[in-house]
Design a protein around this ligand. Sequence first.
Ligand code: ADP
Length: 330
Amino acid sequence: MDDSCQRAPLFTFGVIADIQYADMDDGLNFSQTRRRYYRSSLELLRKARESWSHSAPRPKFIIQLGDIIDGFNKDRGASSRAVEKVLEEFSLSPIEVHHVWGNHEFYNFTRSELLRSKLNSSVLADTSLSGTRAGGDIYAYSFTPFPGFTFVVLDAYDVSLLGVDEDSVQYHGALNWIKQHNNNEDLNSPPVSFDDLEQRFSKFNGGFSKAQLDWLESVLTSADKKREKVTIVSHLPVHPFSTTPVCLAWNFDELLSIIQAHNCVVCFIAGHDHDGGYCLDKRTGIHHLTLEGVIETPPDSNAFGTVSVYDDKMVLKGVGRIPDIDIFFP
Ligand SMILES: Nc1ncnc2c1ncn2[C@@H]1O[C@H](COP(=O)(O)OP(=O)(O)O)[C@@H](O)[C@H]1O
């Protein structure tokens, strides 16, 4: 019997992905197959924020899974204004927000600008029970909002062509990597290969550096020892069955082998693929959720969710395009 109606959750948290706000008329995605509701996305966030503010219990925090504003803001000189508008909406509720960075953050700002901005929520690691940061320019951190439950925010563009100087060592390292897989003149155009997974090597994706993977390994080793449950969040998905291959992180396989080796990991939550996706990794029992994007959600629907955490499971209650999912712990 489902007893979640009778049991109070230990705590709850909100999730929302790919708001991609811009003060402009609706448009279409690159392949002209999906409508993008640039202005309406802020209105859908307002409805999500109101729902979270009025819910009991109120979520302890919200995870914003990246692409908070659209790249079109850059050409219009509207990047800072657009971020301010979205953050103002979030700030009308007292719930703290953990911001993940996606490709559209880097279309609007450089990495160093982002590190100095309000979109850098790694300061919240310090106020958590035992938060840690990956360090350097890597935007990855962990926080423990409740004893026994750790959350890890990953930086899926730690190795990428986006947000870094084209003269930098980082840029050339990423260029070398992508060019081993993508011969197209326009690196935003995914490579055509008999192996569908190769499509991930496009400029709008990125990867995790060795330093970040080593840091993640140490966080998970410590969580294993403390018998904690770990939820990892990232803009890019890492399980091929949870998304279309064109949206995967460049080294999704390395990330997967790390999390598969640690009993503490229960769930991986991503955005980027606006159609969403879900799979249960049967070998490990880890749930991989890719959340439907707000930007491609019609104004009369929505795309956000609230996750209730119990000692043996988490329950995602989705609104609009996001389905309900029971996340039983492995
Ligand atoms: N198949 C493609 N070929 C060439 N450029 C592409 C392709 N798909 C996307 N792009 C470009 O890559 C960038 C990111 O694509 P976009 O659809 O905005 O990403 P997202 O899904 O994160 O919103 C845009 O500049 C877009 O024009």
